[in-house]
Design a protein around this ligand. Structure first.
Ligand SMILES: C[S@@+](CC[C@H](N)C(=O)[O-])C[C@H]1O[C@@H](n2cnc3c(N)ncnc32)[C@H](O)[C@@H]1O
Length: 387
């Protein structure tokens, strides 16, 4: 298969089957010869990634072109380093995001929206050291053989990747499970929960287990963690991950629909890191740009988030609700619907993040992270405490 074929077929799966670039690319290359070497495969994968990221922009330039034609145009633009053609496009086209998405964020944060959109092309990568498996000194020694990292100023266990000799997943420390690629915002969600040894903690939507494993590390295995998830496939991935990270003994895992979960005991703390549109993770996953074209998806997730949060406040004394979304429909608006009826009040989490969107009366009591400010994914984080 040639590059144009790979690009257009992957794009088809991303657009019509709502797959991530990674999954779509693997499907296309399964059983076919996509590249002659691993290095070439890596290069083709990167090109596919950039093509999907620039797809909306290309569509603006060539509204009637077939996917294959767009792929051909993209390849020639990359070869010739063409930059000039898109200068006069509407901003949403230039940033390669759906029009409604650009306009809605613009109405919420004004002129800052451009800085936010530009940041969606620059992904800052983080590594969390796993002190359950090895000492900090040992992890850093192994890590620094292959990467240049910089310690975060907020979280002692988090390091920003400045440079690496190989792809992050192939670093020795990552392969050994002593360093874990985990976004800073994901860690801040766990910090908002303030897990303590002795706590009984429920993670309602836990797969693949990134946050649950951090809770286990921060409590040194002395909190009881119950981790639930609806997806059998993702729970399997979580079982493998927690085993690899050395925290399997501290987490009880079950497959269930948490909207209907009940427990005889009240949990001290509940984490609800709800399924969402992933609009805060565009820098990590360009397919989200295309998935957001169908706006109905956001409403679909907002309904599930509301059901889950309604259940969460019945299950625990303190609930941290988070979504990897920049949209208020999946953040402020969900929380507003719940606190009006639940016996919980909002308490501002003690973490370094920005206030929620000013258009909402609860903006000073909830938090948001933004890629252009916090060098992280865009998360909404709220803490509800029994009144
Ligand atoms: C954002 S992901 C969670 C990521 C996880 N907290 C972590 O840090 O690794 C959302 C998860 O919610 C799960 N999910 C969706 N609906 C659910 C439901 N009704 N009950 C339980 N889990 C659900 C999905 O399968 C998905 O794994």
């Amino acid at each position: 298969m040639d590059l144009v074929d790979i690009l257009s077929r992957t794009l088809y799966l991303v657009e019509n089957k709502s797959l991530s670039v990674d999954v779509a690319f693997k499907k296309i290359c399964r059983g076919r010869i996509c590249a002659k070497s691993l290095e070439e495969r890596e290069r083709i994968y990167d090109a596919t990634w950039r093509f999907v990221a620039r797809y909306i922009m290309l569509r603006c330039l060539y509204p009637k072109a077939s996917r294959k034609k767009l792929a051909r145009i993209f390849v020639s633009m990359e070869l010739n380093k063409d930059q000039y053609m898109w200068r006069n496009l509407d901003p949403w086209c230039r940033y390669s995001v759906p029009k409604w998405f650009y306009e809605e964020l613009g109405s919420l944060i004004g002129g800052e929206v451009d800085a936010l959109m530009e940041s969606l092309d620059r992904r800052v990568r983080w590594l969390r050291i796993n002190t359950i498996k090895a000492s900090e000194e040992k992890i850093l020694r192994i890590l620094e053989e292959e990467a240049v990292v910089e310690r975060d100023r907020d979280l002692w266990y988090l390091y920003k990747i400045i440079d690496t000799k190989k792809p992050v997943r192939l670093l020795k420390a990552v392969k050994q499970g002593i360093a874990i690629p985990q976004d800073k915002a994901s860690c801040l969600v766990v910090e908002a929960l303030e897990p303590q040894p002795g706590d009984l903690i429920l993670d309602m939507t836990s797969a693949p287990g990134m946050k649950a494993s951090l809770i286990a590390m921060l409590t040194e295995g002395r909190a009881r963690i119950v981790a639930l998830d609806l997806s059998k496939r993702r729970v399997l991935a979580m079982r493998n991950l927690v085993r690899r990270l050395g925290v399997a003994g501290y987490i009880d895992i079950a497959v269930t629909d948490s909207r209907f979960f009940s427990s005889p005991r009240l949990f001290d703390k509940v984490l609800l890191d709800a399924p969402c549109s992933s609009s805060g993770a565009i820098a990590k996953e360009p397919a989200v740009r295309l998935h957001l074209v169908r706006r109905g998806k956001v409403e679909y997730y907002a309904r599930i988030q509301e059901d889950l949060l309604r259940r969460a406040v019945d299950l625990g004394n303190e609930v941290v609700y988070s979504t990897c979304s920049l949209l208020p429909e999946e953040g402020e608006e969900v929380v507003l619907k719940i606190i009006r009826s639940a016996g919980h009040v909002l308490v501002k989490p003690r973490i370094n993040a920005s206030d929620g969107y000013r258009a909402y009366e609860i903006s000073g009591k909830v938090l948001r992270t933004f890629p252009h400010i916090h060098e992280s994914e865009g998360f909404f984080i709220a803490k509800l405490v029994k009144s």
